[in-house]
Design a protein around this ligand. Sequence first.
Ligand code: NG6
Ligand code: CA
Length: 507
Amino acid sequence: MKTHSYILSLLTLLISLSCKKEANKKLIENRKQNHPNIVIIYADDLGFGDVSCYGSTELLTPNIDRIANEGIRFNNGYATSPTCTPSRYSLLSGTYPFRTKKAQVLPGNAPLLFELGKQTLPSMLQQAGYKTGVVGKWHLGLGDANMDWNKKIAPGPLEIGFDYAYIMASTNDRVPSVYVENHKVVGLTTQDPIYVSYQENFEGEPTGRENPELLKVHPSHGHDMSIHNGISRIGYMKGGKSALFTDENMGDDFLKESIKYINKNKNSPFFLFYSLHQPHVPRVPNPRFVGASGLGPRGDVIIEADWAVGQFLDELDKLGLSENTIVIFSSDNGPVLDDGYKDDAVTKIGKHTPHGGLRGGKYSLFDAGTHVPFMIRWKGTIKPGVSDALVSQMDFTASLAALTGQDNTTPDSKNILDAFLGKSSKGRQGLILGQNNIMAYRQGGWVLIPPHKGGKIVNKWVNIETGRDTIYQLYNLKEDRAQQYNLAETHPEKLEALKLALELEKK
Ligand code: NG6
Ligand code: CA
């Protein structure tokens, strides 16, 4: 009798153990499908035509191409705005930048742009059980107005949903030229505090304007204030010598921190916003990449960024995470050649076309301002291919909320998960592009650019058409990719339909 009950309980135990194992396996499988790691690799000012998977032949980007070839390459993928801050704001907040007046290119001492307490992409993923991190360019403001960079820097990424941050304080051409890790400037000592001003210079400090003999990279417009590492920047700064970054090492620094982050978090689902600084000005490649492209520093830093992407993908392979990680690659706005430094970007461009045949570029309402490289890889889940769906970076929040079983409470992000995963050719219906009251509207293959007050045709500093005009513009991108024919007068019904759709989308 005793042996009987003993065998019975042993059997029960074995069955329950095997059930548990089965349940665990299911849980892991489930997590793999619903909670894959998510990485967004985000370039800065990379154009639609700057990568070889979108047709560049003069500049080859085999590693970025790998993401496209092993995943989906979107032919109609958009950043929300033709400049950095508004695009990044909308990617992280699921909100159109025009809803916030302040969502425009920020100075390096601007306070944090986000309203605390509102859902963001990282806070939504935190809710879903993810570890969330950001490494690289931020440019979304930090702290409060009049922040002291020597004290605790908050609010910032950690207050809007990131568990970890290793970021450039602003842009590589704006002071302070430092990195911030969580709440602190990296490498700063109390003996040599750092001071920042966007009003006036600190006494005795050299500037690019007055001391060009100290420069290794010279400004072409603006960028003639404080000098650091032989490069004059926007804004004034003093002290903090032990904390200043070295432009030549920035690519390596961000790669190293990104790799550290995924190693540290490999056992929990993680989200990483890996925000590259290339090819934004000043373009200062590591010596390993000088001359790599034959197109001057702009091409060289793109080769450098592509190399870093390759190293990062290799690390995912090494950790056995490639099948369990969604990798998204895109850019915050379109391309620009001379963006303020004499770096041969114009003279060495040769046959390369950063805009890839689209009209305009950075700062422009024409297509090249926001129509950017856009690709998503999820090895083993996404069937490799090409998609024509209209997709926007603003839609990551709602789509990834759908994937991870969360509610999206952001105002403008749309769930287009099926398009992102290549299961549907339908993306967004319509999309507003731009910021403040400067905007265009795309619907299907059509683009409307309403009249803009005082619209200049060409931004003479960067030699790019702004796309603004005092009349209505209407383009059919399917037949006229380069936006050469304004159809506003010949297609009045289409014009009215888009005007109405734009007003509805604004609500
Ligand atoms: C402009 C800068 C440009 C770049 C841009 C922001 C001047 C003359 N030009 O004001 O160099 O920094 O702002 O670029 O200062 S973004 O990609 O971060 O939006
Ligand atoms: Ca940018």
